[in-house]
Design a protein around this ligand. Structure first.
Ligand code: F6R
Length: 602
């Protein structure tokens, strides 16, 4: 977890650092801090709380070189002392770090025996002390940094400044790090993610595990830990800075919900024609695969369930598994198993761990992700990009729909190979629906009554969500979104499960949002009626002329479409419902309490 930034260039670094940290707050916002380098040495300003609080309370230290950090706590509570940057006792070395130093206790004991005093509870604090110890032992600055990094076990994206040296020393292993390059302006950046500096440059170099970047006023050098040069050339990112800002919307989440017509058009662009055409996976790419396992967490797990259904409905052996249960459940894996890691960020530790397990067991692996160059993308045999663009709101919205569509297309390709030529049934209907999807979503966004429904049921005790087939993961996702941003109790169920227990909770204070996709809708309607009989208001999410629209207490309309994509239209209604309910409750929608966008700890 955590976001780090570094900047070298002309003028004062502080504004760039603070802007970068604000853009990285989706990675954590427990504390924030900066360190800048000037003639007087290194000046550190840090505190618990958000970047805006840091900004309001600090004086403006000046310097052309600086590093900064926004924290999601792992070791030690979110206090001022535990905020980064951390320094050694002399304050000549400042460090920001994302990841976990697993051997920090051993290193701390060893350093303490040599007289080093520690002032925080963090694992990170050992790093400046290690660098300082190496400087004391006679190493030059670069040597002191490299030797310190060599001693770290665990995961790190780390950036180090040393007093009097206008250089940022950085290294990555297991946590993301990207360098931004603007040779014309003589400005260089370093960050956990591109939005940190996207308004200054779109030329980036993604560091790989084991890379060291030494960034000075004249540019960046890339080597491995031993100092051997590694070839890393900048690539141009095609996200514009506008895209990374909130624009006219009050919240990133709302903006991202409204971006879905575009993000879904991007997800399918060039991938559907007469059939499914995935450049990454030509016909035959999945020959020999007879079992598919999807591994993912949270919203991505719901998208994985969605993808798995397309396969099982076509007769292919497929399952979606929670990545954090993958080791414990130990499902059979061999070289005829395809394991698909579904992860928006490509950095979720649980998902990476499941992916690595699959690799060890000899599975063929694919990552479905939004982030080019992410760890999961690099570690899998192949990857499929969902092309949703940056998602800043902690609650995933547009990436869910893009994942579900990309997985549906991927499933179509797998089916063709696994069933030796036979593709998905009614492929033409699916492809036509995929083509119409952006327009259908536009209609939902324009005509939605979700704000009014959120108001009508705002005083309820619990919120239930039902669905069947592809509607089931959508119901789970609807409930997850609702609880995540409103802090109200919400549960998703397979429609038929309600009567096997949860019905005991149903009262007139528990609205039941029911998703109709066209798959066994009569049964789903019967389940909704079981709740209505116990007094629960039923809100049907279905097309206008659907029988459920007449019998339900309220109706959220979706256009008629192929059952395999109808759930995504219903999902947009549920996203809007959660958003408006959270707004009525005045919740911090983009940054719900206790959560972070990218969960890089297991
Ligand atoms: C919920 C949410 C999380 C993520 C989960 C996996 O809105 O965003 O449940 O889906 O933490 O994240 P990724 O997709 O980055 O692996």
């Amino acid at each position: 977890m955590c976001g780090i930034i570094g900047r070298i260039g002309s003028g004062n670094a502080l504004d760039h650092l603070l802007t970068g940290l604000e853009n990285l707050e989706y990675r954590g916002y427990d504390s924030a801090g900066v360190a800048v380098q000037n003639g007087a040495g290194i000046e550190v300003r840090k505190r618990s709380g958000r970047v805006s609080e840091l900004e309001e309370t600090i004086d403006a230290p000046e310097g052309r070189v600086g590093i900064g950090h926004t924290r999601w706590s792992t070791h030690g509570p979110p206090t001022d002392e535990n905020a980064h940057p951390h320094t050694d006792a002399t304050e000549d070395v400042a460090v920001v770090h994302n990841g976990i130093v697993e051997n920090h206790a051993d290193l701390r004991n060893r350093l303490a025996d040599r007289g080093h005093d520690f002032t925080s509870d963090t694992d990170t604090e050992v790093i400046p002390h290690l660098v300082q110890a190496n400087l004391d032992a006679g190493f030059d600055n670069e040597g002191a940094f490299r030797r310190a990094v060599e001693e770290l076990e665990g995961s790190y994206a780390v950036a180090v400044m040393i007093a009097g040296d206008h250089t940022i020393y950085a290294a990555r292993s297991g946590s993301p790090l990207v360098v931004g390059v603007d040779d014309d302006a003589g400005e260089y950046y370093l960050a956990s993610d591109v939005p940190a500096f996207l308004e200054y440059t779109d030329r980036v170099v993604y560091l790989e595990d084991g890379d060291v970047a030494i960034i000075g006023p004249d540019g960046a050098d890339f080597t491995d830990l031993a100092g051997e040069p590694v070839p890393r050339t900048p690539e141009t990112i095609d996200w514009d800075p506008e895209q990374a800002g909130k624009g006219e919307y009050d919240h990133f989440m709302l903006k991202e919900i409204y971006e879905q017509p575009t993000s879904l058009a991007q997800a399918v662009e060039g991938r559907i024609d007469d059939g499914i055409d995935l450049e990454e996976f030509p016909p035959g790419a999945f020959e020999g695969i007879d079992r598919v396992q999807f591994v993912a967490c949270g919203t991505s797990y719901h998208a994985a369930m969605y993808g798995a259904l397309s396969l099982t409905q076509a007769g292919v052996d497929a399952r979606a598994l929670l990545a954090n249960e993958y080791g414990a459940s130990s499902p059979p894996v061999d070289d005829r198993t395809l394991v698909v890691a579904v992860t928006q960020s490509g950095e979720t530790a649980d998902t990476l761990s499941a992916l690595r397990r699959a690799v060890r067991k000899g599975a063929r692996t694919v990552t479905v992700t939004n982030v080019v160059g992410s760890t999961a993308a690099r570690e899998a045999d192949d990857s499929l990009l969902i092309r949703a663009g940056p998602e800043i709101g902690v609650a995933a919205t547009k990436t869910f729909s893009s994942q579900a569509v990309a997985l549906t297309l991927l499933a179509g390709r797998i089916v063709e190979d696994a069933l030796a030529g036979d593709g998905l049934s009614d492929l033409d209907s699916l492809l036509a629906a995929a083509d119409r999807l952006p327009g259908d979503i536009e209609r939902v966004l324009t005509e939605s009554d979700a704000a009014e429904i959120a108001r009508r049921y705002r005083d309820s005790r619990s919120y239930f969500f039902l669905g069947r087939g592809q509607g089931y993961p959508v119901a789970l996702e609807g409930a997850l979104k609702f609880k995540e941003i409103t802090y109200e109790h919400a549960e998703g169920f397979a429609s038929g499960e309600l009567k096997h227990g949860p019905l005991a909770l149903v009262t007139e204070e528990t609205p039941v949002f029911t998703v109709f996709t066209g798959i066994e809708d009569d049964r789903t309607l019967a389940n909704a009626e079981e709740a209505a009989t116990r007094g629960a208001p039923v809100i049907a999410i279905c097309p206008a002329d659907h029988p459920a629209a007449d019998v339900a207490d309220a109706h959220l309309e979706i256009p008629e479409t192929d059952p395999r994509l109808a759930g995504l239209l219903a999902n947009v209604q549920l996203q809007l419902l959660s958003y408006h309910a959270a707004e009525l409750l005045d919740r911090p929608i983009d940054k719900p309490r206790n959560l972070a966008k990218s969960v890089t700890v297991e």
